[in-house]
Write a protein of this length. Structure first.
Length: 171
């Protein structure tokens, strides 16, 4: 992915760790704005909040506002609740990734109560083949955890769901 151009879930304190070129100001709600460049998204909160951030990330990516993204979450229920995730390469770390929380004395590690995962939206750059785009993610994260990539990724899962709904009594 290269450098991080924008982190919509960061703030000036966390920005020290993320080192994104830009973060939203306190006056701006990043969910209501368009993003840009290579984006790192690491929302806090439960499944509902994380799903809102995931949907926003995918919409920004699919509509061409961002070039690529890495989405990090501890809301593992999203893997079931948001089937659109399976259109992208995923890394499930071998161990829970400890996150850092800002305190008055600096940062302290916080162990999440659940396991976490990363979703990768490959660069939209036409000079890279699809295999190269996935290889970038694999090579970067294979030492962190298991990489999963669905052979049908990119297919329209909504069409599959529609077919299921129309034919569920006949399947």
């Amino acid at each position: 992915m290269g450098s991080i151009d924008f982190d919509p879930t960061s703030d000036p304190v966390q920005q020290v760790l993320v080192d994104a070129v830009s973060v939203p100001s306190i006056e701006v709600n990043p969910i209501k704005e368009h993003w840009h460049g290579n984006v790192w998204v690491s929302p806090k909160g439960a499944v509902r909040e994380c799903r809102i951030w995931l949907n926003k990330t995918i919409n920004e990516y699919r509509n061409g506002y961002i070039k690529s993204f890495v989405y990090f979450s501890s809301a593992s229920e999203l893997l079931r609740a948001s089937p659109v995730i399976w259109d992208y390469p995923i890394c499930i770390p071998f161990k829970r990734v400890k996150q850092l929380r800002a305190t008055g004395n600096g940062f302290e590690p916080v162990s999440p109560s659940t396991w976490n995962f990363l979703v990768y939206g490959p660069p939209t750059d036409a000079t890279l083949t699809d295999i190269d785009k996935v290889s970038l993610f694999h090579n970067s994260f294979r030492d962190v955890g298991r990489i999963i990539y669905n052979e049908y990724a990119g297919d329209n899962w909504a069409t599959d769901l529609e077919f299921f709904e129309e034919n569920k009594g006949n399947l």
